[in-house]
Design a protein around this ligand. Structure first.
Ligand code: HEM
Length: 146
């Protein structure tokens, strides 16, 4: 499963970069009066990568040693993080982005489409960013940069 952990770890950067591109694209085109194929593709690809990450995460959740359901797990910062915190914040973030994109696709007004993407993708990005076990936010988990 080490290859999956490496893929899951590296994909964080692809996801963060795609989210930033989608967010800046929404800002740049907010007043353009148009929602083009390129906008649709950027927002779709971002969501697809998030769903790939979700699938890898689910496999890891059922196979990783870092996820263990034992007595006192909530008092152990590392077990609590991987058993509960990481999965719930990530799923919430991915859900918001998926929902926001659906709403944007359904809305007939180009400006509203960009606004919805902006709102939901920024919220999702914040949740995902804080749920990543960064060496500077979770130094005790012993997770590196890659
Ligand atoms: C955008 C979503 C996600 C991002 C950016 C992300 C990022 C990460 C990162 C950076 C690690 C540390 C990897 C390492 O040890 O180098 C990790 C570990 C882990 N993630 Fe995620 N994750 C996401 C979603 C999820 C989801 C939804 C789940 C569960 C369903 C999940 C389950 C896990 C598990 C179990 C580990 C520990 C793996 C191990 O080291 O054995 N992740 N994640």
């Amino acid at each position: 499963m080490d290859v999956l952990v490496r893929a899951h770890s590296g994909l964080r950067y692809v996801i963060l970069a795609l989210l930033l591109v989608a967010i800046f694209n929404a800002i740049a085109n907010l007043k353009s009066g148009k929602y083009e194929k390129k906008d649709k593709m950027i927002n779709l690809f971002t969501m697809i990568f998030l769903h790939i990450q979700l699938l890898i995460g689910l496999v890891l959740y059922f196979t990783s040693d870092k996820v263990q359901f034992v007595e006192g797990m909530m008092a152990d910062a590392s077990l609590r993080f991987f058993d509960v915190e990481h999965i719930s914040l990530m799923i919430l973030g991915i859900l918001l982005i998926t929902l926001g994109r659906k709403k944007a696709e359904k809305n007939p007004l180009p400006e509203m489409k960009h606004k919805l993407i902006l709102r939901y993708y920024v919220l999702g990005l914040i949740l995902i960013f804080i749920a990543i076990p960064w060496p500077f936010t979770h130094p005790n988990l012993g997770v590196g940069w890659f």
